[in-house]
Design a protein around this ligand. Structure first.
Ligand SMILES: Cc1cc2nc3c(=O)[nH]c(=O)nc-3n(C[C@H](O)[C@H](O)[C@H](O)COP(=O)(O)OP(=O)(O)OC[C@H]3O[C@@H](n4cnc5c(N)ncnc54)[C@H](O)[C@@H]3O)c2cc1C
Length: 434
C-alpha cells in the first residue's frame, strides 16, 4: 500500500488579484483548511495585475458582467468606507461615438436606462468646449485617409472610476495571511501531479484503466501534495493545464500602456484637468470612437495613459521572458496617430514610461471561466476586467471549492457557480465592449 500524505487542503497557483481574492474567500469560508498560495515572482500582483489600468465601471449590458462588476465594486467601496485605503476615484467613463455607432448603441443605452443605470449624453460641441476635443476630424486630410470618424456625441457614465490596484492586492494578501493562510513567493510550479485515486505503487501510473486526479503540484523546490489545486496562474494557466490534457478556454493577448506626462505642457494639463465631469475635476476615462483607443487620466502621477486592445493580427501567445515588452512602434504609428487627431493637444508627445502585460482572454464569450475537473479548479479568463470583477470571481471560485452550487456575492446577491463553468455555461453576451 502506498501512503500519499496530503499536506494541504488546497494549493492556489498564482498570487495575482484572482489567486489572492480566491484564496482569501476560500479561507474565509473554510477557516480550518490549510491553504497555500504559490507564486513564482517575489511578491503579490506583479504580473498582469500590476500592468492593468485599474479602471472599473458598473455599466454593462450583460447581466453576468454587471453582477460580477457591481458586487465587486460595492465591496471595494465598502472596504473604503471601513477605512481600507483603495484610492478609488469616481472619474467616470466617456465613450465617444460617431453617428452610425451611436444609432446602433441607442437601444442598448435605453435598455440600461430602463434598468436604472444612469448616464449623460454630451453633444460633440460640449466636449469641444470642456476638453478641447476635435470632433470633426474628417476635415483633416490624414484623419480621413485613416478612416477616422467624426464624433457625434459622448456618453458619460458616472458610476465608474479607477482604483489603486496594488492596495487592493495588498488587502487580499494581508486578509488571507491574517486568517492563517500561507504564501510562498519565488516558487514556480512546474507541473500538476497526476495520480491514480487508488494508487497501486506500480511504475508508470496512472494507467488508462485507473481513475486519475490531481494530487498536488511539482515545484522548483519539490512536490507539494494537496486535496485540491486551484490554477489561478493568469495568462500562463493554459501551460499548466494543457500538460495534463485540460483546456481552460483562455489564452494570453499582449496589452500595452504608454504614459505621457502633462507637466510643462499647459494644453495637456488643461486636458487632464478638464472640469465639469466629476468631483476630481479631471477628464474621464475616455474611449475614442474607432479604433477604440483609450486615454486614462492618471492624476496620481500627472499623466495620461494611452492604450488599445488590438485583436486581429495580435497573436495569442506569451513572450519567452516573464516580462512582455511594450513596442515603441505600437505607440508611434498606432496609438499616437489616432489620439492626436481627436486631441491635438497631444501633438509631439512621447511617452516617458511604457509597460505591457496580458489579458487572459476567453475568445468565445470574453467572460471569466471557473470550473473543476479531477480535483483541479481553474479560475481565470477575465480578459480586460479582472480587477473590477475580482471579488465576485473569488467568491464564485471559493463557492466551487466549498462544494456550493450558488455563491453569495457581496451584498447578498447569489450567482449560480456553474454559469461560469464549461458544461452548463450560461452567460449573457456583452454589447458594450471597449
Ligand atoms: C494593459 C492592461 C490593462 C488592463 N486594464 C484593466 C482595467 O482597467 N480594469 C480591469 O478590471 N482589468 C484590467 N486588466 C485586466 C486585469 O489586469 C486582469 O484581468 C487581472 O490582473 C488578471 O489577474 P490574474 O490574477 O488572473 O493574473 P496575474 O496578475 O497575471 O496573476 C497570475 C500570477 O500567476 C503567477 N504564475 C503564473 N504561472 C505560475 C507558475 N507556474 N508558478 C507559480 N506562479 C505562476 C504569475 O507570476 C502571476 O503573478 C488589464 C490588463 C492589462 C494587461
Amino acid at each position: 500500500m502506498v501512503l500519499s500524505l496530503v499536506e494541504y487542503d488546497a494549493v492556489v497557483i498564482g498570487a495575482g488579484i484572482l489567486g489572492l481574492a480566491t484564496a482569501y474567500h476560500m479561507k474565509r469560508e473554510n477557516p480550518d483548511h490549510r491553504i497555500l498560495v504559490l507564486e513564482r515572482l517575489s511578491g503579490p500582483g506583479q504580473a498582469s495585475t500590476a500592468k492593468s489600468a485599474g479602471m472599473f465601471r458598473v455599466f454593462f449590458y450583460s447581466r453576468t458582467n454587471l453582477k460580477l462588476a457591481h458586487t465587486s465594486v460595492a465591496f471595494y467601496k465598502h472596504l473604503e468606507e471601513e477605512g481600507v485605503k483603495l484610492g478609488i476615484r469616481w472619474v467616470g467613463y466617456l465613450w465617444l461615438f460617431d453617428e452610425e455607432a451611436y444609432s446602433r448603441v441607442r437601444p442598448v443605452l435605453d435598455a440600461l436606462s430602463a434598468r436604472g443605470l444612469s448616464y449623460t449624453v454630451y453633444e460633440a460641441r460640449d466636449l469641444e468646449a470642456m476638453m478641447g476635443l476635435r470632433a470633426k476630424v474628417s476635415e483633416d486630410e490624414e484623419a480621413s485617409m485613416m478612416g477616422l470618424p467624426d464624433v457625434e456625441c459622448g456618453v458619460f457614465v458616472p458610476e465608474a472610476g479607477s482604483i489603486d490596484v496594488d492596495a487592493l492586492v495588498r488587502f487580499y494578501e494581508a486578509s488571507f495571511l491574517r486568517l492563517g493562510g500561507e504564501i510562498r513567493y519565488n516558487t514556480e510550479v512546474k507541473g500538476l501531479l497526476l495520480e491514480p485515486r487508488k494508487p497501486l505503487g506500480l511504475p508508470g501510473e496512472p494507467f488508462l484503466w485507473q481513475e486519475a486526479h490531481v494530487a498536488g503540484v511539482e515545484t522548483d523546490k519539490g512536490a507539494i501534495r494537496a486535496r485540491k489545486v486551484v490554477v489561478a496562474a493568469g495568462a500562463w494557466s493554459h501551460k499548466l493545464l494543457s500538460q495534463i490534457g485540460l483546456e481552460c478556454f483562455s489564452r494570453p493577448k499582449k496589452r500595452q500602456m504608454f504614459s505621457i506626462r502633462v507637466a510643462g505642457r499647459p494644453e495637456l494639463e488643461r486636458l487632464l484637468w478638464s472640469k465639469g465631469f466629476n468631483k476630481e475635476g479631471c477628464m474621464p476615462f475616455t474611449i475614442l470612437p474607432r479604433p477604440r483607443v483609450y486615454i486614462r487620466p492618471a492624476i496620481e502621477e500627472g499623466a495620461l495613459w494611452l492604450s488599445y486592445a488590438d485583436e486581429l493580427g495580435r497573436p495569442f501567445e506569451e513572450e519567452p521572458e516573464l516580462e512582455p515588452k511594450p513596442e515603441p512602434e505600437f505607440y508611434e504609428y498606432g496609438l499616437y496617430q489616432v489620439a492626436v487627431k481627436y486631441f491635438p493637444q497631444l501633438e509631439g508627445c512621447r511617452p516617458h514610461a511604457s509597460w505591457a502585460g496580458y489579458y487572459a482572454e476567453n475568445p468565445i464569450d470574453h467572460q471569466p471561466v471557473i470550473f473543476e475537473e479531477a480535483d483541479v479548479i481553474f479560475v481565470g479568463g477575465a480578459s480586460g476586467s479582472g480587477i473590477m470583477k475580482a471579488d465576485a470571481i473569488g467568491r464564485i471560485a471559493a463557492a466551487l471549492y466549498s462544494g456550493q452550487e450558488e455563491a453569495e456575492l457581496f451584498g447578498g446577491e447569489t450567482f449560480r457557480v456553474s454559469d461560469l463553468g464549461i458544461k452548463e455555461r450560461r452567460v449573457e453576451p456583452e454589447l458594450l465592449v471597449i
